[in-house]
Each structure stands twice: as C-alpha cells, then as structure tokens.
Design a protein around this ligand. Structure first.
Ligand code: IMP
Ligand code: MG
Length: 215
C-alpha cells in the first residue's frame, strides 16, 4: 500500500493569520490545513519514489486539468532536479487532459472529458497520471479505463490528496501525498466553482463561502 501522511478528522490546522492568504479570500476560509511549504516537502519525496519505481524508461507525465496543474508543475520540477543531479536520468515528456465531474461541492456521476491530446499517443509508454485529489475514485477509474484502450506499457497514478469518505469506491492511487478528512478543500489549484486556485495553501472552505460562490 502507498505510504502517505494521514491528516486526522480532528486536525485543527493553522490559523489563517499565521500565513499569507489573499485578502479576497480571508472571509471564506476556516483554517489552513496543509501549508504550501509542507506540500512542497512531501512532493519532493513523491518525486524520488516515482523515479525509483518508474525511472528505468521514458515517462509521459499526464496532467489532469485543471486542478492538477500546480502539483504537476512542482512535481515535475523535483523530477527534473533528480534527473539533473544524478548519474541516472530518464526522459520526461508531458501531456494534458481535462476532466470535469464537479458542480458546487458535489461530485456528479458523469465524468466529462474536455479537450486533451489524442490518448493514442500514449500507446507503449510509461504513463504517470498526476491528479490533485481522489474522492469517490470515479474520475480516476474512468480515466484508467479510457487509457487502457490505448495499451500503454505501464500506468501509475500519483494524487496529492485522497479523501477519507464513505463515498469512495475503494480505488487507491499508487502514490499519495496526504490522506485528508471528508471536507471540501481549496487552494493549490483545487477550486470551488473556479475560485481559490489562486491560493497557495490547502484550506477548508467554510459554509458561508459555499453559498457565496454557488452557481
Ligand atoms: P472523484 O471522481 O469523486 O474521485 O473526484 C475527483 C475530482 O473531484 C478531483 O479531480 C477534483 O477535481 C474534484 N474534487 C473532489 N474533492 C474535491 C475538494 O475537496 N476540493 C476540490 N475539488 C475536489
Ligand atoms: Mg481533478
């Protein structure tokens, strides 16, 4: 089983005014649950674990947009650093896919694929899927079944976050940054109706904000 940092349900987190949070979001957040620096430190180690397991062959890193873009960029920077600073290195290319399954704070049953390259370019490749958060697991299960139709050589999934929820299908990624409580999280590219991607720390959204940014 994947190693991960477990953040307990009763985690108090950090008071907002300990860190820098954009003024326009101060009223919307209860607490910082994962500070940006801790995300970076954990990401550095995920990069090392991934290169250890997949580093024998060319890796295609597949970013699941939009929520995955910050984690993707930071993870790839750490993989690049490993490539630059060791005797062994592995070519890394990138691809992007856009999936959407959320409206307000509810996962819907329909996972929409919007845009992205031809998945057939992944045939025979070692594919690393980079995702922000796994909740029910439906998004990832849908993507994995789409991918398997193009016969990649290897597929691994890294998700920064996995939510502990009774709605989970039981699906677990190969690499996990943090396991988090069943609350709606925003920041570090995780959004609520497109807001909060411009926040560096991962925070819990409060009930007022859910109403305020509802569509
Ligand atoms: P799943 O299909 O239920 O596993 O949901 C995965 C997708 O829902 C993720 O890729 C996110 O885009 C979105 N999501 C799930 N939980 C959250 C959350 O707490 N904050 C923001 N987005 C979330
Ligand atoms: Mg996502």
């Amino acid at each position: 089983v994947a190693n991960s940092k477990i953040i307990p349900d009763d985690e108090k987190g950090y008071k907002l005014d300990l860190f820098c949070v954009p003024k326009h979001y101060e009223e919307d957040l209860d607490q910082v649950i994962i500070p940006h620096g801790l995300i970076m430190d954990r990401t550095e180690r995920l990069a090392r674990d991934i290169v250890r397991d997949m580093g024998g062959h060319h890796i295609v890193a597949l970013c699941v947009l939009k929520g995955g873009y910050t984690f993707f960029a930071d993870l790839l920077d750490y993989i690049k650093a490993l490539n630059q600073n060791s005797d062994k290195s592995v070519p890394l290319t990138v691809d992007f896919i856009r999936l959407k399954s959320y409206c307000n704070d509810q996962s819907t049953n329909i996972v929409k694929v919007i845009g992205g390259d031809e998945l057939s370019t992944l045939t025979g490749k070692n594919v690393l899927i980079v995702e922000d958060i796994v909740e029910t697991g439906r998004t990832m299960e849908t993507l994995l079944s789409l991918l398997s139709e193009c016969n990649p050589k290897m597929v691994k999934v890294v998700s920064l976050l996995v939510k502990r929820t009774p709605r989970s299908s039981g699906y677990r990624p190969d690499y996990i940054g943090f396991e988090v409580p069943d609350s709606f999280l925003v920041g570090y590219a995780l959004d609520y109706n497109e807001y909060f991607r411009d926040l560096s720390h991962i925070c819990i959204l409060n009930e007022n904000a859910k109403e305020k940014y509802k569509v």
